[in-house]
Ligand binder design. Structure first.
Ligand code: SF4
Ligand code: MG
Length: 463
């Protein structure tokens, strides 16, 4: 998911809209914007793309100089309008709206406890848990209640929150998901403070990147300015490395590092590890492009756009229904025959999850006349699901959890297949393997940084 927050802008709704527009790649299922003007708190959400939901007419119904926004990619909770965010809850502490990127892992336990205490849940989304905890907290002040609630939940959360007169932003203690803070300088007036999942949103807002919200940090913005407290400390940082591999945009800087730089390095390292004689390097657009450029430069083989993407089709993986994805591949990609015919092609992609898309792409390239098709993947085999906000399927559907690399190669019908090593990936993302890398790599190792995981999802497929 993508989240954004605006404080101190006369047209906060439109700013939130622009921010969400830049974060659309983080989820296309539903979107919402809540605004506040010191007295009222309005909230509008809908299914679909940000630009479809928030027409001029709709934005006009969202007055105020504060806003939070969300664009949703479903992980837990049904994919319905009911679970669209921001969620607005009336509580003993007043009206609160929240938007959340990530996934809580001790959901069941906390929810049961709250229900015993009389909480009535309006949604099946895990984000509501945080609001209910705040509502049922006995802490004296709102900010204490938020800090206390955040320390009771485990898992991944980069959140933005809003009351009638304040904006909050926080990250979980391990810093799984990115969240950055920026500032718009208003000549002669108060600065506008903005938060966004990725810094690419700041560019559209003409905000200056200031810093990341730190793991375990709660930032509060009021009329008097920005204050912050560390509600949790001493936990090792495990930021999601898959953000660098796939999820984030290359024009964003996350965890203090340009995604573009990481992907370029992934491609270069991949070339050093597993290059084979070839005539052309072809990225699977869009996710494979930056790594493929690095690969081609390192290998000294021409980079060619041998697959063209139709940009009017959504990201296939992100559509929850498998059958939509199956149909999606041909809608989305088409080969450029004259670049592929008679060539030894190295295809570069970011990941193989189920393997079904990859197989179609390999067939497509071969069907366009390629003599050889080699597939190179810019991360290690995905062998275990994510519980922290990326919608990887359970183990039984992860091809690398059930097949050897050679069996996968056979399944996808490639002449050769190689993945980037884990060490290579960590190095490409700026860390020293072996040391505390600061990254979660659980989907490549099966070693989860939190204790609680859904056992069902990590059971291997029945033989
Ligand atoms: Fe990211 Fe993988 Fe960890 Fe999930 S399991 S947070 S996708 S690195
Ligand atoms: Mg892709």
């Amino acid at each position: 998911c993508g989240v954004v927050a605006i404080h101190g802008h006369p047209d906060a709704a439109r700013q939130a809209y622009l921010g969400l527009y830049a974060l659309q790649h983080r989820g296309q299922e539903s979107a919402g914007i809540a605004t506040a003007d010191g007295q009222f708190l309005a909230n509008i959400k809908g299914m679909g793309l940000v630009s479809e939901i928030f027409t001029d007419d709709v934005l006009q119904k969202l007055p105020g100089d504060m806003a939070i926004g969300h664009t949703r990619y479903s992980t837990t909770g049904d994919s319905a309008l009911l679970n669209a965010q921001p969620i607005r809850v009336e509580s003993t502490k007043g009206l609160i709206a929240i938007a959340h990127n990530g996934n809580l892992v001790n959901l069941g336990t906390v929810r049961a406890k709250l229900e015993r205490a009389g909480a009535y849940f309006q949604t099946t989304s895990d984000s509501e848990i945080i609001v209910q905890l705040i509502a049922h907290s006995h802490a004296g002040t709102l900010v204490d209640a938020i800090a206390e609630s955040l320390s009771q939940v485990d898992g991944a959360f980069s959140i933005v929150m809003m009351t009638r007169d304040r904006v909050f932003a926080a990250r979980d203690p391990r810093g799984f998901r990115p969240l950055s803070m920026g500032r718009i300088h208003n000549p002669g007036g108060r600065d506008t403070i903005v938060f966004a999942s990725e810094t690419c949103a700041f560019d559209l807002l003409r905000a200056e990147y200031e810093r990341d919200v730190l793991p375990g940090e709660l930032v509060m913005v009021t009329e008097d300015g920005v204050t912050s407290r560390q509600y949790s400390s001493g936990v090792e940082q495990t930021s999601c490395i898959f953000e660098h591999v796939y999820f984030a945009r290359p024009d964003s800087r996350i965890y203090g590092r340009w995604v573009q730089e990481s992907r370029d390095q992934m491609g270069r390292q991949l070339a050093r590890e597993s290059h084979v004689p070839s005539d052309v390097i072809v990225p699977v657009p869009d996710s494979g492009v930056t790594a493929a450029l690095g690969y081609a430069e390192e290998a000294g083989v021409p980079f060619r756009l041998g697959l063209i993407r139709n940009h009017y089709v959504g990201r296939t993986f992100i559509e929850p229904e498998q059958r939509v994805r199956d149909f999606g591949v041909k809608l989305k990609l088409n080969p450029v025959r004259n670049l592929l015919e008679g060539k030894r092609v190295i295809l570069i992609d970011d990941s193989i999850i189920r393997g079904t898309t990859s197989r179609k792409i390999v067939r497509m390239v071969r069907g366009a006349g390629a003599k050889e098709v080699h597939l190179r993947i810019s991360c290690p085999p995905t062998i275990s699901p994510c519980f922290y906000g990326v919608d990887t399927p359970s183990k039984r559907d992860l091809i690398a959890a059930n097949k050897t690399i050679d069996e996968i190669r056979e399944f996808i019908e490639a002449d050769s297949l190689a993945y980037l090593s884990l060490d290579g990936l960590q190095r490409a993302c700026g860390s020293t393997p072996g040391a505390n890398t600061g990254y979660c790599v659980a989907c490549y190792t099966g070693n989860y940084p939190t204790q609680w995981v859904d056992v069902e999802d990590i059971l291997p497929a029945a033989a």
